[in-house]
Design a protein around this ligand. Structure first.
Ligand code: GRG
Length: 283
């Protein structure tokens, strides 16, 4: 499993290798390759592993989800959004290539992700289901809506508002790989939905931990700048304080860990350790 994540750049390159324009490809691969924790692909592969499925079944979808995630980071870093200059340990895409090229690299990653899904040899109905999950999770009722809420700069944001924002902005891209793994493992619709809900809760735990790390670590340690503090953003930590945010993260983590035992025919070992390292992490 770890091997598949270690080889993930090569798996991605097999897909990006089909892109013809070298300048566009350079801007896409600059953000896509050689960085990132690959949590979302790892989630998908862990579900497949737990159900005893061939991991290569997940390759096109793991690539597609990482492409959508990378596009969201490129666009999120733009001057019109969070205006960040450091991401994945290097200058952000627009700092390196200019704004127009960064917008287009993001657009290209988002669009190409859906083409990559169709490179799968899975049954057509599984591909359509996963394309639907990914499009819904990324789109106007998913991650983009989360970003809309995020940019509203609600002065009176309470935890309910923040939780809704995080569920959309961060949770959806955790829910999609878990549910996609369940689709490929031919699980029931009820079970796919349960994986989806678990992903939303895990995304929330991840985000609260991210907020904690933002106030406790340097940009150098995190490999990204902390625009939340600069932009005076309300976060789990500014709203709840460090102690309550920590307690919330611990209880979300426990909830996710407990949920793993409720999937029949599933060996939770791999996913359990991924969830632990996702929630209890230092970068
Ligand atoms: C729709 C225009 C438009 C932009 C989308 C939703 C969005 C903008 C951006 C989301 C980016 C973001 C900062 C989300 C919060 C979740 C989060 C902490 C992402 C970072 O994920 P990691 O830590 O990153 O997994 P790596 O680099 O390791 O993959």
């Amino acid at each position: 499993m770890i091997g598949r994540i270690r080889e993930f750049d090569e798996i991605l390159k097999k897909e990006t290798g089909r892109i013809t324009d070298s300048r566009l490809l350079e801007a896409m691969e600059y953000s896509l390759l050689g960085g990132g924790k690959r949590i979302r692909p790892h989630l998908l592969y862990s579900v497949l592993a737990g159900y005893g499925k061939d991991l290569s079944l997940g390759d096109p979808f793991a690539c597609a989800i990482e492409m959508v995630h990378t596009y969201s980071l490129i666009h999120d870093d733009l001057p019109a959004m969070d205006n960040d200059e450091l991401r994945r340990g290097k200058p952000t895409n627009h700092v390196r290539f200019g704004e127009a090229a960064a917008i287009l690299a993001g657009d290209a990653l988002l669009t190409y992700a859906f083409e990559v899904c169709t490179h799968s040899s899975a049954p057509a109905e599984q591909i359509v289901r996963i394309v639907n999950l990914l499009a819904h999770g990324a789109g106007p009722d998913g991650m983009v809506l989360g970003q809309v809420y995020d940019t509203l700069e609600e002065k009176d944001a309470d935890w309910a508002f923040l939780e809704r924002t995080h569920a959309l902005k961060t949770g959806q891209m955790f829910a999609v790989p878990l549910a996609a793994g369940a689709v490929l493992a031919e699980r029931s619709e009820e079970e796919i939905q349960r994986w989806y809900r678990l992903g939303i809760r895990l995304g929330l735990a991840f985000q609260v931990q991210d907020d904690l790390l933002d106030v406790r670590s340097s940009a150098e340690e995190l490999g990204k700048t902390n625009s939340d503090i600069r932009n005076n953003k309300t976060t789990g930590v500014t709203l709840l304080g460090e102690k309550r945010a920590e307690a919330l993260m611990a209880s979300l983590y426990q909830e996710c860990d407990d949920a793993l035992d409720q999937f029949g025919g599933f060996d939770p070992e791999e996913l359990r350790s991924l969830i632990a390292s996702t929630c209890i992490r230092s970068i």
